[in-house]
Design a protein around this ligand. Structure first.
Ligand code: PMV
Length: 322
């Protein structure tokens, strides 16, 4: 009973922060993302009654115990569904920096869900897979699909799932991911979500989410970059305002993050089609149209006091069994 799956991370254009239910990972608000081709997680899962415990290797090294426990709990969901009790040997190979706010968990849990479901012989459609992936990491629900994707928050396990808005070839947007810090972030998203409700600003952010989702959806459907840029930057800043005002506060930005955000705003004022968005870490995703990529990359390279590594993503395909 062995299967291999490949999946891609995604960058949230309208972000999810905070859960309505932490255990089931029912997000407090809906979100929209672009699946990122160019970066991937390749996951092999083998179940065998001979394996007494689960094991997890990431890029050839044994994963830390908390990571293995989380993966095991995720596998339990599918083992229960299949009525199978075998241990699993899981191997992940990825080119995504781990735990640095580059959605490594989204790609990991989408691939783990798909590979495990296939190895266990569970016949599940994409919606069902996205609901299971959500239990591992809510953003993983979006990586089940390719292109531009919405995660409907819902109010319970059955109504909280992702769906595709348009496929990858609808709009070529490039994501230049500027890595200012590749270290594992000080607070993971799971503990971050649990703090969101302690910010007095979170309620207003959630109440306004349907409006932001609508503006973003229209910008994607109309391929209207300027509208997309404005809502994406505002939404990212709003999420970080929650983080900075929660108890205890979370500060993910550093000086380089702020500098890049300023460079991007200046570029756009000069007519370069680029905008920024920042997840739960200091690294900056600079989204641009292909015609603006060279100018954006040049300006970002010139701005760095030291050379920053830049990863490149583009609208990518759905997670798939290989
Ligand atoms: O899926 P998680 O628990 O890793 O949370 C993702 C949180 C953000 O990346 C900051 C936002 C998002 O919607 O992807």
């Amino acid at each position: 009973m062995q299967s291999e799956a490949v999946s891609h991370p995604n960058i949230a254009l309208i972000k999810y922060w905070g859960n309505r239910d932490n255990e089931l990972r029912i997000p407090a608000n809906g979100s929209i993302s672009m699946t990122l081709g160019g970066l991937e997680n390749r996951m092999t899962v083998q179940f065998d009654a001979k394996f007494e415990t689960d094991t997890l290797m990431i890029n050839g090294k044994s994963a830390a115990p908390p990571m293995l426990e989380r993966a095991s709990r995720h596998l339990d969901l599918m083992r229960r569904q299949a009525g199978i009790d075998a241990g699993a040997r899981v191997e992940s190979v990825t080119n995504i920096p781990l735990g640095a706010g580059i959605a490594s968990s989204a790609a990991a849990y989408a691939a783990l869900t798909l590979a495990a479901a296939s190895a266990l012989g569970l016949e599940l459609d994409q919606r069902a897979l996205s609901r299971i992936a959500r239990r591992g990491s809510a953003s993983a629900a979006r990586s089940i699909y390719g292109g531009f994707v919405e995660l409907i928050a819902g109010d319970g396990d059955h109504s909280s799932f992702a769906k595709q808005i348009v496929p990858a070839d609808h709009w070529q947007i490039i994501d230049l991911i500027v890595l200012v810090d590749e270290d594992i972030k000080h607070t993971g998203s799971t503990s971050g979500h649990a703090l969101a409700a302690s910010s007095p600003l979170q309620q207003s952010r959630i109440v306004d989410a349907p409006r932001r989702l609508k503006v973003c959806l229209k910008a994607i459907l109309d391929r209207d970059f300027e509208s997309l840029a404005q809502i994406v930057e505002r939404d990212s800043d709003m999420m970080h305002a929650i983080m900075m005002t929660s108890e205890p506060p979370l500060h993910f930005w550093n000086g380089d993050t702020l500098q890049i955000m300023a460079v991007v705003r200046d570029l756009r004022a000069q007519g370069v089609s680029v905008c920024y968005t920042v997840d739960a870490g200091p690294n900056v995703h600079c989204l641009c149209l292909p015609g603006s990529e060279a100018d954006a990359l040049q300006a970002l390279t010139d701005a760095g006091k030291r050379p920053w590594r830049v990863l490149r993503g583009h609208p990518g395909p759905a997670a798939r069994v290989v």
